[in-house]
Design a protein around this ligand. Sequence first.
Ligand code: SOE
Length: 395
Amino acid sequence: MSDTRPDLGIGMVGYAFMGAAHSQAWRTAPAFFDLPAVPRLRAVCGRNEDAAGDVARRFGWESVETDWHALLTRDDIDVIDICTPGNTHAEIAIAALEAGKHVLCEKPLANTVEEAEAMAAAATAAAKRGVRAMVGFTYRRTPAVAFARQLVASGRLGTIRHVRGQYLQDWLSDENAPLSWRLDKSLAGSGALGDIGAHIIDMAQFVTGDSIASVSGLLETFVETRPLGGQHATLGGHASQDAERGPVTVDDAAAFTARFVGGAIGVFEATRFATGRKNALRLEINGTAGSLAFNFEDMNVLEFFDATEDPSIAGFRRILVTEATHPYVAAWWPPGHGLGYEHGFTHQVVDLVTDIAKGADPAPSFADGLAVQRVLAAVEASAADGTTHTTGATS
Ligand code: SOE
């Protein structure tokens, strides 16, 4: 039977780790979810034609472009999906929105607050013309995280007192892991802070429904030079200690305390030096009526403590967030069969396509991305001068 749903043409810029994650999401979403439009993988764009061509073959992209401007002139492309380093986000996203293309942009939204402000303004102007923009804080779409937000919103935690966020990785703990774009401030904007700290900031604000008002922070670069070349892995890798070295211009680790507008206090940590921790994105929230704890390394589980229960039987319960009644799960497997890292990207595509069809503004919006950028900038400013910095958030 022929599919009567309209096509939605996708043009993706970038093809590496995030490009692969996004490619599988665009392919998989219409097979599992009843989408209002069918994503068509029209073109993947990269300066290295051979590498982009390889991704096109593996994932089924119909064509390859080597200059992203070409995507904006194509009538068969409706959405520009930006999977490139942060220094290119603002230019591509603003040009795409002005050309009438919807935009999905990887996180963090930009490398500076000024760029993020320009992007948020462009998104507001575009929305008036029915053109939508979303920033890719994918972990929001882990069912356990979306369910945590529902529990907080329904009042099960009462008034939030404490927020504890950590994003712990260890792929730089080898001091001979080679220099890569994530360690170059001119390309990445910042280090652990923006790359993974941005995720815990967004997740904490998303789950609590509150905003960070002020921060006091520390940044540290433990290994100041790294080998050029060597064997690169997607993250990390290894090179000879005799290789020529170049400077690391970003933080290896970030830590900060925070005050939320609603009165909660927070403690946050982001590092690539937590040996043994691979992708431990953890969030713990304590409220007057209960607590929640999440760890991405056990991503199908949400721990919940109900402080209103009889203390003699109360305790943290381990909820397997794999029931059809949990967010996103009904489209997938039977209870207990579980989801993985890639599913968040599929859910992101599902929500974006649905909002585009409905004419609704997707979340997280570019304004949400800007709010995270302001927290990142406040942490950097605080680390530089040793004082507390406000973010400007009031609600
Ligand atoms: C690298 O630290 C990284 O790939 C991040 O850039 C991603 O956003 C996160 O999903 C996993 O770690």
